[in-house]
Design a protein around this ligand. Structure first.
Ligand SMILES: *Cc1c(COP(=O)(O)O)cnc(C)c1O
Length: 353
């Protein structure tokens, strides 16, 4: 058995993936193999054909952007689908469990429970850092360990030394899934360069946040090529719509990347400004240092703040029900005009309270 096969449930090891018409044939000029309508509909040119399973130009573009080989890349319908595929490929209902570290992104839990998997929660400790000792102690019970840095909803980075300690200790027990949804806001902290040393590391990326394409639903899994090959077995045959492939390819061009970086610089500056402003308000009790495009902060009365802001039409997110986050709210960084409106509303609330 290869190293990965020992992590892979038997029903997945034995699975022969669906062989789509597109995957069986790749060149030719008369395409009569996929029951497609041969007539392109005016205004929908090219869309009478199925897309490629994993469009190679797009895969190569993301591999170049991320600094990995194209065999290490899988394109998905957002990170959310990546999480589902990983859970389905490596875990068995009623047998396996996953670990995650609340407060964190809610879909690790939901996706696992939807698939009938157990969950082991090891809460973040002081400064919202991992409790690595406990995680390592219990890691042999979990097939997958989900971590997120910068973490949502707290916004902070996890310590690189902790992550390396976790990776060192889990080589034979688990796959470590690192969610880098917000990494473009702090690119020097990516762990992609650790993929070469730790084949049990999986990195998740998305076009939804810094790239500004949440509506397209596109994400990437970066991992050892054997991991990618296993995920391909459980993927849908044609996951990515042709218009999405085209638009994401454009966003990954040099121009597209430069545009993203300009916006990241503006958002990072606006986050620092908001951070400073929040600390001065008397209704704010704690502001968590963020490296992402949002800030989580604790107030005296989260409900009251939410309802006052909503009277001005401003919607922020109450995170108070999450583990350890009583009376916290999360604000995404908006346009300069939106930040001005937010600031006005905060000042009115400050004056009234
Ligand atoms: C927004 C978010 C996602 C979802 O990403 P999609 O690619 O849009 O599915 C995943 N992980 C974290 C931590 C997020 O904040």
């Amino acid at each position: 058995m290869s190293w990965l096969e020992s992590f892979t449930p038997r029903h997945i090891r034995d699975l022969v993936p669906y062989s789509s018409a597109r995957r069986e044939a790749s060149s030719g000029s008369v395409w009569l193999n996929a029951n497609e309508n041969p007539f392109p509909r005016p205004g929908f040119e090219g869309l009478n054909r199925y897309p490629d399973f994993q469009p190679q130009a797009l895969i190569q573009a993301y591999a170049d952007y991320a600094g990995v080989d194209k065999e290490q890349v899988l394109v998905t319908r957002g990170i959310d689908e990546g999480i589902d595929l990983i859970n389905r490929a490596f875990c068995q209902q009623g047998v396996d469990q996953i670990m995650f570290t609340p407060p964190t992104y809610g879909m690790y839990d939901i996706s696992a429970k939807t698939a009938g998997l157990g969950t082991d929660e090891v809460p973040l400790g002081s400064d919202w850092q991992m409790d690595v000792g406990t995680m390592i102690e219990r890691s042999d019970q979990s097939k997958l360990v989900y971590i997120c840095s910068p973490n949502n909803p707290t916004g902070n980075l996890l310590k690189r030394s902790d992550i390396i300690q976790l990776l060192e200790a889990t080589r034979d027990t688990s796959l470590v899934v690192m969610d880098e949804a917000y990494i473009e806001f702090t690119p020097e902290n990516s762990l992609v360069n650790l993929l070469a040393s730790y084949r049990h590391l999986i990195v998740l990326r998305t076009m939804s946040k810094a790239f500004g394409l949440a509506g397209l639903r596109c994400g990437f899994v970066l991992a050892d090529q054997e991991v990618i090959a296993t995920l391909q077995k459980v993927s849908a045959p044609y996951p990515i719509p042709i218009p999405v492939v085209d638009r994401v390819s454009t966003a990954l061009s040099d121009d597209g990347q430069q545009g993203m970086k300009r916006e990241v610089a503006m958002i990072n500056q606006a986050r620092k400004d908001l951070m400073r402003e929040l600390k001065a308000f008397s209704f704010v009790e704690e502001v968590i240092p963020s490296e992402a495009n949002f800030i989580l902060f604790r107030v005296k009365d989260a409900e009251a703040l939410m309802s006052v802001l909503s009277e001005s039409g401003i919607i922020i997110r109450n995170r108070s029900t999450q583990y350890g986050l009583a009376n916290t709210v999360r604000v995404s960084i908006g346009t300069p005009d939106e930040m001005k409106q937010l600031s006005l509303a905060f000042n009115e609330y400050e004056d009234a309270s």
